[in-house]
Design a binder for this molecule. Sequence first.
Ligand SMILES: Nc1ncnc2c1ncn2[C@@H]1O[C@H](COP(=O)(O)OP(=O)(O)OP(=O)(O)O)[C@@H](O)[C@H]1O
Ligand SMILES: [Mg+2]
Length: 380
Amino acid sequence: MSSVFQDSVSTFLASIKQYLDDDSVSEVLINGPSEIFIERRGKLERVDAKFKDEQALQAAVRNIAQFVGRRVDDENPTLDARLPDGSRVSAVMPPCSRKGTTLSIRKFSKGTPTFVDLIQKQSITKDAARFLDVAIYLAKNMIISGGTGSGKTTLLNVLGSRIPGHQRLIVIEDASELKITTDHVVFFETKPPDAMGKGAVTIRDLVRSALRLRPDRIIVGEVRGPEALDLITAMNTGHGGSMGTTHANTPYDGLVRLETLAMMGDTNVPTAAIRRQIAAAIHMVVQIKRLNDGSRKITNIAEITPEVDEHGKYMLRDIFTFIQRGMTAEGKIIGELVPTGEIPSFMEEIEVNRLPYTRDKFTPPAWAVEYFAKINRKAA
Ligand SMILES: Nc1ncnc2c1ncn2[C@@H]1O[C@H](COP(=O)(O)OP(=O)(O)OP(=O)(O)O)[C@@H](O)[C@H]1O
Ligand SMILES: [Mg+2]
């Protein structure tokens, strides 16, 4: 952390400094001066820390804003920024925030996360990780879908870092968070408008510029606006292996969300055409969830059929799905991400390229076969 920033943290954020310094704390949430929560090992807990008063809290936010070259005042009561150490800060101030200033600081995690970390945290199994790896190698377009704080960005970091080094990757983000480590990667970040409301550079602008810069693949950190259409078009036109994240609770909803976003722009493309483009562009959706026990788990790896059905609906099938088998006395969820028995449509491509992923790995374990049979009987 830069020392000037360190100094201002010591002054303005003194009341929460102990949590900023504590590596086991991943996020600090401040709801007005005297209500502070922290997230530790995936769980939120309230702590005793307090700011002196609302003025002191506002001074801290103003200081952070100044540090990143932004202004917060009555006219601009929201802030979304990245600190010099990579932490992400979001704030909403009165009059928009009624309880006093709301501030969240998501701390920068050290190093780039890897599949090994995700396997250790039981967010994914070894086999599922290898399957995703194969899909990335084969340049399948992927969307990571998940709720707020479910681990989308972390997962995108892991997946993006598996892109083969000889390919040129362009990463586009709002407030830069990704730390993808491949041999050939360029990072773009949006720019807010100036005080006169001019000079903004949006994700959409950057996606369009990126396409002229000869990328093999494009990553959009968070697809949340009309850039969805540009990303889908890019995926359909020779930028295979592109990725992005979207906010949704199921793989199907993830696609619907993209559709809604794609229609936000100045486009007159009919819905049916957008749906067909989405179905053709996106090969897989990886769903991640924050479960009740605070853990983050990949719950579905779904493949999308490149056409819509006769009702214009997307056709998805899970290649891997998470099954909860129980819960420990301490409330920890026991379960596993298992193959469903569905063979991906690109199995032949896996074999032709002699990639180390054999057909038998798609066979579910006996207990899961029983479970699927039970569910099917119920559904029938
Ligand atoms: N697999 C995981 N296991 C445990 N904790 C995780 C995992 N992935 C991410 N986290 C933690 O969860 C928090 C949120 O992670 P992340 O920023 O990746 O989520 P997100 O879905 O991108 O959030 P947002 O919706 O705010 O963009 C972070 O504190 C991160 O350290
Ligand atoms: Mg994120």
